[in-house]
Design a protein around this ligand. Sequence first.
Ligand code: AGP
Length: 611
Amino acid sequence: MCGIVGYIGNQSALEIILSGLQRLEYRGYDSAGVAIYEDDQIHVHRALGKLIELRKKLDGDVPGKKGSVGIGHTRWATHGKPSENNAHPHSAGRVSLIHNGIVENYIELREELKGDGCVFSSETDTEIAAHLFNRALGTGLAPFEALKDTCGRLRGSYAFLAIDSDNPDRIMVAKNATPIVIGVGEGEMFIASDIPAILGATRKVIILEDGDIAELSADGIRVENDGKEVKRPVETVTWDPVTAQKGGYKHFMLKEIHEQALVLAETFRGRLNIQDKSVFLEGMNLTDEEVSQIDRVVFVACGTSWHACLVAKFYFESLTGIPCEVDYASEFRYRTPVYSDKTLFICVSQSGETADTLAAIELVREHAKTLAICNVLGSSIARRVGDVVFTHAGPEISVASTKAFTTQIVSALVLALWIGERRDAVSAEKRGEIISQLVHLPAAIDEAVKVEEQVKEIAKKFHQASDFLYLGRGSCYPVALEGALKLKEISYIHAEGYPAGEMKHGPIALIDEHMPVVVALQNSPLLFEKTLSNLREVHARAGRIIAVTDVKGNAELAEVCEEVIEVPYLSEELSPLLLTVPMQLLAYYVAVLNGTDVDLPRNLAKSVTVE
Ligand code: AGP
């Protein structure tokens, strides 16, 4: 989720690139850099921290201010900590290159390049692409052919911009599964990872497609895909700059709900091996022996992340066979927890900065094994634990977490498979089954988002209710809790999540004709029937039921419900993910109808860094 900007034309590239990067600031970043061709050479400037740090470095008489060809980057770290060395552009010989995405096979390529005498100065996956491109150019290939050759070696997602000091009249571009847009000007071209970066300069854009390799000069573009020249149309953008930052959506929350298919694929990219029925987690410090000794897993987290832990517990119990507990970090930190060096503490945090979660991990990290499931590389939590599984959700801007939740659940599932495999607790067959279902998850999530119009209509019927009850059983009880939390956070309506089977022990007294009851009902032979009978109890008391389910066309369910929202079914393990999407959309549309500040709800902060 890095920001990319490039310019080729007749103006000074530096200022255009820096202001483009500034407009991408909402994506969040940890370092920035530029490479500008000027006076027969490429000048690279990089700085750790926000763009202002790079601007400080560029104060005064530094080379690169006059050049009219350049590329710039703001980094959201994925491989390698945030540091100046890891900041882009990365250079090799004649080449400077920037990248957004993840190169999956970078470890094997790095070894190959090292064997070839290449020296690496960063820990990034990107630097291998710079070396590959430079090596290909060194064999006498033209830049276009050299970039094709480079991309042919790479697996993963990428948007690359590269400049070559021997061919300074062009910028080379490659795109695969990561967005890139070209802005067309008069005798000048702009390139960016996102439309807002170039809106100030032009409204005419070319959207590149996966597999495109392009060569840009000041007044032209040549694009090839799969070895054949292709024409990409020039389109006109009508968005205002703020809408553009939100990708055309009214709110970041809606954008992030829609982004889930894409980022879930990023979460497991490079981690699943379908053939071997095994998972790969990069850079884990836990040894096989330590994994085999773990006798207890304790999850600690807050809010939405805590709900993700509740789903994770199901995965851990069934796939690792290790007893597992889930604790609120804010409670845990003030107890005297009992644990040993065989306990594995897993803290889950989107931001990696939540004060309570940080304090909980501080309490035990000296004497237990610690691991984080976290979205922000270099964050305080990520730096304090023994191991980190990054969620790769990209910056989440809306205060209400959506994509963070689903990527945390998938990360936990991958981690449970990884541990289960090492402990021989899960058969290869079961691993293979889950891995193949995960591969289909992004498409199924995209399908689930299509209930949006139906949900909008449901929101119109129910948005004036003063209370909502959310129910679920098994791994869908956390989905009910999360649905209720989303509604509370952004619409300020009282909502309560409850295990469906517990309803008769109290909350059933609340049910009357005014009470909307939202239920997450998974396709499980046992739990579907059980939950259905709880719904009959609600129906008998005139409660208004909105069911979210991955069971298709069930007549008995339709009979007791006022609304049934159906999403695709993949497996019982993945039901919580698919059933979450309509819950997020329902909260969103109720809040929109009630006119609240959806992305910045009252009294809340994105990252709770105080007690
Ligand atoms: C989610 O919608 C909330 N904004 C909140 O509950 C959040 O999940 C919680 O504060 C934990 O944050 P973290 O994941 O960054 O640690």
